[in-house]
Ligand binder design. Structure first.
Ligand code: 9MJ
Length: 674
């Protein structure tokens, strides 16, 4: 029989789960592991199955409604949801701050410096969530600011939105406003899933958030990775009586709602400008898209004095980052051959500024992607640049497609070496199998070999690599080490001094490290981290070359795919020849500390301690033995290798003698430790 629960126990369990959700989502400091949470959640489900009459709307089990909606009802906002004015340039920010100073002066509040609440401007969907008597009662989109759509069922599926406010000290009516976003990691994962399941792929996280909230079936919305960050309040009854916006944010957080940790109170225009720079520098690394920052006058009385122009407050503005998406025209589509022979279609674009940088090329990834997006020469396309990643074509503006275009067809033969291309089973990528005999792959391999993370050859830039290959001077990485001054000096635009510097750089690169050498070989799937693992775990090049797939997979972070790539690489005779030639020219590295075993001279030896020890305590002796690799057990058997016997040893010593097990004393252990 399963345990019977009382109503009080049920309420306590519910409160416990809500508390864990708060620590996890709002404080980002979980108190228990996910699996432990799941156990408690299952328990709650069981109780609710026996007592359906106890279930209330704030139970964590009540997040996902069974029934899809037929449409979204209109919701009139009790207080309008504001929009924000924009500034783009520093001068506009100056104007914004000066205007506030002037207005406040007129209102009889001459202020030296104004504090602002500076906040990242999340690029999602603005929503208003209403709590009555602490329980989530309604959620609506911003709509036109006056009327939005009722998305209560969808908002309830967002785990970080509490169904009940925290504590007991909440107002009767509490409306919180904020942004629903799809975090970047969730967006990537969701799209991978969607692609594999023939479901809708989102062009960007903002569309992901918007599309998910517009979904009529909450069961579907529940599967979308969404997050909510609060940034202001609407109707609050009774009034909160706080003085600063930053206090309101802290209060919202104390009621259990997530508030962005990057929010900060800054002083004056300089504080704003510094914040803008600082957040801009972090932008690429954040887990959510932002399109700028927001500055809000922190003092709420001053906000009131400043008031509004139409729908936007005078006391706040958005300072936008340069756009990361733009439209332009595809002038041509080329295919590029990568270091590993991968064929990547690339759109050559009419130059366009995206996020402050001029973009002329954008990747189309692979054959499947170009087919899915149906990008054609002449098309107008959306181009996106996010952080440091290569710009990509997001989608085609079909309405602007010129007449007479045809779908792009991938080539059958390598555009560089004319070898027939192939596609490995289960891979989306078309490849040229020619290896280093394909000039494109040779060039990319040499660039990789010489790169900073690889052999770090000073003075050997991409252009020079191309010249060396085109001149027929370099056909394998080892050829670099045979170059002469007259050969290099004979290249176009190569002064004698530069030629000497290059040769010196090449020569100096011979003294390297094993991880660098492994990385520089350009084995597929072996990046800097894997190269380091191979070197530190396996210590020597011959060891790395001989370890089998099974043993490779026992190394940290090496899975079946990577192991197979390593095995395949070393199985190719031309690769082994390249390595031999490189070692021949004198490439070497410091020996990596002796294999772990030799520091553990008692590895796998079974030792039993018995009798009274004088030099060591029992615990100490056990620890030391284990450090030396030994297994310390308590009973003597045929598997025991040593019995360490102290004074007055009894039955264990006799057993050891019977079985012919080696008996040693404390001096033996001391000798090992020395
Ligand atoms: C965003 N999108 O992150 C506001 N916002 O305040 C922040 N939006 C806002 N504040 C008043 N952080 C209207 C909109």
């Amino acid at each position: 029989m399963s345990k019977q629960f009382t109503r009080t126990e049920y309420e306590q369990l519910k409160a416990q789960l809500n508390n864990h959700a708060y620590h996890y989502y709002v404080l980002d400091e979980p108190l228990i592991a996910d699996a432990e949470y799941d156990v408690l959640y299952q328990e709650l489900l069981q109780i609710e199955a026996s007592h359906p009459e106890w279930v209330t709307s704030d139970s964590p089990t009540q997040r996902v409604a069974d029934q899809p909606l037929s449409k979204f009802e209109a919701v009139k906002h009790a207080r309008p949801m504001l929009s924000l004015g924009n500034v783009f340039a520093q001068e506009e920010l100056t104007d914004f701050v000066e205007r506030i100073h002037k207005l406040l002066e007129k209102a009889g509040q001459g202020i030296k410096e104004i504090n602002f609440s500076a906040e990242p401007k999340l690029d999602g969907l603005a929503v208003s969530i209403r709590y009555e008597q602490g329980r989530l009662s309604q959620a609506a989109t911003r709509g036109d600011g006056t009327t939005g759509e009722d998305i209560t069922a969808n908002i309830k599926t967002i785990q970080s939105v509490p169904l009940k406010l925290r504590g007991n000290d909440y107002p009767d009516v509490f409306e919180v406003r904020g942004e629903v976003v799809m975090p970047r990691d969730g967006f990537v994962k969701y799209n991978e899933w969607a692609l594999a399941n023939d479901d809708k792929v989102f062009a960007n996280p903002r569309n992901g958030a918007a599309g998910s909230l517009r979904q009529l079936d909450p069961q579907k919305t529940a599967k979308r990775p969404l997050a909510f960050y609060a940034y202001s309040v609407g109707v609050v009854e009774p009034a909160h009586g706080l003085t600063y916006h930053s206090e309101v944010l802290a209060w919202i957080k104390s009621l259990g709602l997530p508030v962005n940790v990057l929010n900060k109170v800054v002083a004056g225009e300089n504080g704003c400008a510094e914040y803008y720079e600082n957040i801009g520098a972090q932008r690429a690394d954040l887990n959510f898209d932002i399109d700028g920052v927001v500055y809000k006058v922190d003092n709420l009385a001053w906000q009131d004095a400043l008031g509004f122009v139409t729908k936007a407050p005078r006391w706040a503005t958005a300072h936008k980052f340069p756009a990361e998406e733009a439209t332009t025209v595809v002038e041509n589509i080329d295919v590029q051959v990568g270091r590993t022979g991968s064929i990547t279609p690339v759109a050559r674009l009419k130059p366009v500024t995206v996020g402050g940088v001029t973009v002329t090329n954008a990747t189309l990834h692979n054959e499947d992607e170009i087919k899915r997006k149906d990008v054609r020469i002449g098309d107008t396309v959306f181009v996106r640049r996010a952080g440091d990643v290569i710009p990509e074509v997001v989608k085609v503006v079909l309405a602007k497609r010129p007449k007479g275009t045809s779908p792009f067809v991938m080539p059958t033969y390598c555009p560089i070496c004319a070898t027939k291309l192939y596609k490995a089973e289960g891979e989306a990528v078309l490849r040229c199998p020619a290896g280093l005999s394909c000039d494109a792959q040779l060039k990319e391999s040499i660039k990789h070999f010489a790169s900073r993370k690889g052999m770090d050859i000073e003075g050997l830039g991409d252009k020079l690599v191309e010249q060396l290959v085109d001149a027929g001077l370099v056909n394998t990485p080892a050829d670099l080490y045979h170059l002469t001054e007259s050969q290099v000096g004979g290249l176009e635009r190569m002064a004698q001094k530069s030629a000497q510097n290059l040769l010196q750089g090449i020569s100096e690169s011979k003294q390297t490290t094993l991880p660098r050498f492994i990385y520089s070989l350009g084995i597929r799937e072996v990046g800097e981290a894997t190269a380091l693992t191979l070197a530190t775990e396996l210590k020597t090049l011959p060891n790395i070359m001989q370890t089998d797939a099974e043993a490779l997979q026992e190394l940290p972070d090496i899975g079946a795919v990577v192991a197979q790539k390593i095995i395949s690489y070393f199985a190719v005779s031309s690769n082994k020849e390249v390595i031999a030639a490189l070692l021949d020219v004198g490439i070497s590295w410091p020996v990596i500390e002796a294999p772990a075993q030799s520091k553990q001279p008692l590895a796998d030896q079974v030792v039993v301690l018995t009798g009274k020890l004088n030099v060591f305590t029992r615990a100490d002796a056990k620890n030391r033995l284990q450090e030396l690799g030994a297994k310390v057990t308590s009973s003597v058997s045929a598997k025991t290798n040593y019995v360490l016997a102290g004074e007055n040893a009894g039955s264990k010593l006799r057993k050891a003698e019977e079985l012919g097990v080696t008996v040693v004393d404390e001096a033996w252990l001391s000798a090992y430790l020395e």
